[in-house]
Design a protein around this ligand. Structure first.
Ligand code: MTE
Ligand code: MO
Length: 326
């Protein structure tokens, strides 16, 4: 992957959405409650909490509703990594229509009792979607905050009745070199592959996204369905999935195959472990108000262990050496 200090890309102008206003309001409410609640009229506190409740089902954060300022939709849909469509940050949007998402089906195979080829409709039908606001931390040391629409991967996987021999889950992206311009280059060994340990795949934070910002997910962000694993570097969140396999052994993954000394299987966000070519201690946050600048000029913030999801997922890695944890 690129050295983040060398590579830059243009960010399109952003606009303030209703959501930004709502989120700012919630942040103000939170702050005022921390101070004793005196500063805000009772009506607006009640209104804010009611809105939070309909969104989270619980009114709490629990990792599902990051309170960071949202990245503008225009940025999250125009500054992308999707190497099948090209390696420049603008290529995925530029070539988005080369990805044909209809018809779409997903092959389910390996260690499960309900393997088969499922149409997109079969896959999605039983799953109501909800909104989750997650931080996305790219290994290149930039990050965004994105409202995804989707559902827990666990709910999907359970339908295929994985066997006790299923220790890992492997994912593959569409292979279509005739149409996808990036797949004519050997930058990666296609198709793009990713994988999770079974307990990571079944963790409630791990989701399948079918939308973002309340709309159908755009092609450049991985239509029609992609993985989102918020505590891992962005490359684990594989786009445009066509195959899900239950495996007994750790599956090969694209970035690990391409540069094993730079990209591990776990790829857990860890500010204490540098990439061989750059530090991971900080990140450039592409926030809502970023306008007409490259990520190089976005504000630098501290990277958090497990991308700020340690309360939720650190127990998955008990006994792992934090100095080698990556
Ligand atoms: N199939 C596929 N999935 C992919 C990638 C890719 O090149 N191909 N890039 C990954 C990387 S490096 C990141 S940071 C995220 C970016 O997601 P976004 O463009 O929606 O922000 O997608 C990940 N998923
Ligand atoms: Mo990334």
């Amino acid at each position: 992957m690129h050295n983040p200090e060398k590579k830059s890309g243009l960010i399109k102008s952003s606009e303030i959405t209703d959501r930004d206003i709502f989120r700012n309001r919630r942040a103000i409410i939170k702050a005022s409650m921390a101070l004793g609640g005196g500063a805000i009229a009772a009506g607006s506190i009640a209104g804010g909490l009611a809105m939070a409740n309909t969104e989270t089902g619980a009114g709490g954060d629990n990792g599902f509703q990051a309170t960071d300022e949202l990245t503008a939709k225009e940025t999250a849909t125009s500054y992308n990594n999707f190497y099948e469509l090209g390696t420049d940050k603008g290529d995925p949007l530029r070539y988005a229509n080369r990805l044909v998402t209809e018809p779409w089906s997903v092959v389910i195979d390996g260690e499960c009792d309900k393997p088969g080829t499922y149409t997109l409709e079969d896959i999605l039908k039983p799953h109501p979607t909800e909104e989750r606001i997650y931080r996305l931390r790219c290994v290149e040391a930039w990050s965004m905050v994105i409202p995804w629409n989707g559902f827990s991967l666990a709910d999907l996987l359970k339908r295929f009745e994985p066997r006790s021999t299923a220790k890992y889950v492997a994912f593959e992206t569409i292979l279509d070199p005739d149409r996808l311009p990036g797949q004519r280059s050997r930058v990666l060994d296609w198709p793009y592959r990713e994988g999770l340990r079974m307990d990571e795949a079944m963790h409630p934070l791990t989701m399948i996204a079918t939308g973002m910002y309340g709309e159908t997910i755009p092609n450049q962000n991985g239509a029609p369905l992609r993985l989102v694993v918020p505590w891992k570097y962005g490359y684990k969140s594989i786009k445009s999935i066509v195959r899900i396999s239950f495996t007994e052994t750790q599956p090969p993954t694209s970035w690990n195959m391409s540069a094993p000394h730079e990209y591990g299987f776990f790829s857990n966000v860890n500010p204490g472990v540098s990439h061989p070519r750059w530090s991971q201690a900080k990140e450039r946050r592409l926030a809502g108000k970023t306008k007409g600048v490259s990520s190089l000029f976005a504000p630098k913030i501290e990277t958090q262990l497990l991308n700020g999801y340690a309360d939720q997922v650190a127990s998955l890695y008990e006994g792992m050496d934090l100095k080698k944890f990556y």
